[in-house]
Design a binder for this molecule. Structure first.
Ligand SMILES: Cc1cc2nc3c(=O)[nH]c(=O)nc-3n(C[C@H](O)[C@H](O)[C@H](O)COP(=O)(O)O)c2cc1C
Length: 342
């Protein structure tokens, strides 16, 4: 029997001036444009033209590792993606936001709005944030332990998804004759009373095109993997050897099948930086093109972007042939074409 067609998801990790601390000092770098929104819009447009599935912004809500030697200040990602949404048409837009430092109502509203204004392209990379220093920006003297952060994250996601579901699909009427803008019977309070959050609802936004924006996660600890298996539709991960990557892939696949047996295909695609996975020391010397590598693991079974646009499964033997990069990287283009892709 012929196997199902397989296709990689490609996501550009747009990391300001790049991962290397000194990359901004290269004479050809665009360091002066780090706070220029057109810089990011241009990259997203290039990624879209090259048919990548998404662009992604990492984030921590603070001036991490404060040092004058790299551009650690950065534009807030949801705001950035709102600007990018207005000047792109199809590409997925993933922003990182912390369940430790946001309130679920605020965040549900922000992602719902991003989903509406982008026509259904929003994705949320759920992080619990590992920085002690950041905690001191949010009324805390120290960061809560990992278990506590993941417990809060689970309730946070539950509240956010309840809020996204608080408007039924056809709640908005805009009926001039009756004078009813929406049908109150189709807008529901969530009345959530939990350990961390008390939220009445409903959300101050109608149901967005995706209903629920795509949930992305990158946990690698035991709690992080359990959380990802239970909630994520796409998973970022990073490994230095193909054995580690395959072990992660197998573990996530098993956990996801146990946590969500109703997924159509509880398989995942684990994609990674090919040089890293092959144990080579570094990427080819194309860093001035900003080859932000990212690792991308998707759980199929969802009807939403980015999972609905193509079949997202690959065997673990494909790991070393799977990677994510910006389209501007000529080496990456050559590599893809050597694999038979365009
Ligand atoms: C590709 C990738 C992107 C990540 N982006 C962020 C980020 O933007 N902000 C953040 O606080 N953590 C980020 N992380 C860290 C993870 O959220 C997570 O904390 C880390 O993988 C450790 O897992 P654990 O929290 O389960 O211990 C990222 C990890 C990976 C692999």
């Amino acid at each position: 029997m012929p196997s199902k067609p397989r296709q990689l998801s490609l996501n550009a990790f747009l990391h300001d001036t790049g991962h290397h601390e000194a990359s901004w000092r290269h004479p050809d770098s665009a360091a002066e444009r780090v706070f220029d929104i057109d810089f990011y819009v241009e990259q997203a447009q290039r990624a879209e033209a090259a048919k990548l599935d998404g662009v992604f912004f990492a984030d921590i809500p603070g001036l991490w590792a404060a040092t004058p030697y790299r551009p650690t200040a950065h534009l807030e990602p949801i705001t950035r993606l709102a600007a990018i949404a207005a000047r792109t048409e199809r590409i997925g837009l993933i922003a990182t936001a912390s369940s430790t430092f946001y309130e679920p109502y605020n965040l549900a509203r922000l992602f719902s709005s991003l989903d509406i204004l982008s026509g259904g392209r929003a994705g949320w990379n759920i992080v619990t944030t590992q920085s002690e220093q950041v905690a001191r920006n949010f009324n805390l003297t120290q960061l809560p332990p990992s278990e506590e952060r993941y417990a809060r994250a689970q309730e946070f996601v539950d509240v956010v998804t309840k809020l996204w579901d608080s408007w039924e699909d056809d709640a908005v009427l805009t009926d001039r004759d009756s004078g009813r803008f929406f049908d109150p019977d189709k807008v529901h309070q969530i009345d959530h009373h939990g350990r961390y959050f008390q939220v009445e609802g409903a959300l101050a936004a109608p149901r967005s095109p995706q209903g629920r924006p795509v949930l992305v996660q990158a946990g690698s600890s035991n709690q992080g993997r359990a959380f990802a298996a239970r909630n994520a539709e796409a998973i970022f991960t990073a490994h230095q050897t193909i054995q580690d990557a395959q072990a992660f892939y197998g573990d996530i696949k098993t956990r996801a099948a146990n946590a969500r047996p109703w997924l159509d295909e509880p398989a995942c695609t684990s994609t990674g930086r090919p040089c890293g996975l092959r144990g080579e020391a570094s990427a080819p010397s194309t860093w001035k093109y900003r080859p932000w590598w990212s690792i991308w693991c998707t759980l199929s079974g969802s009807k939403k972007w980015p999972l609905s646009r193509s079949v997202r499964t690959a065997s673990s033997s494909q790991l070393s042939h799977s990677f994510v990069t910006t389209s501007t990287n000529s080496w990456a283009r050559a590599y893809r074409s050597s694999l038979g892709g365009s």
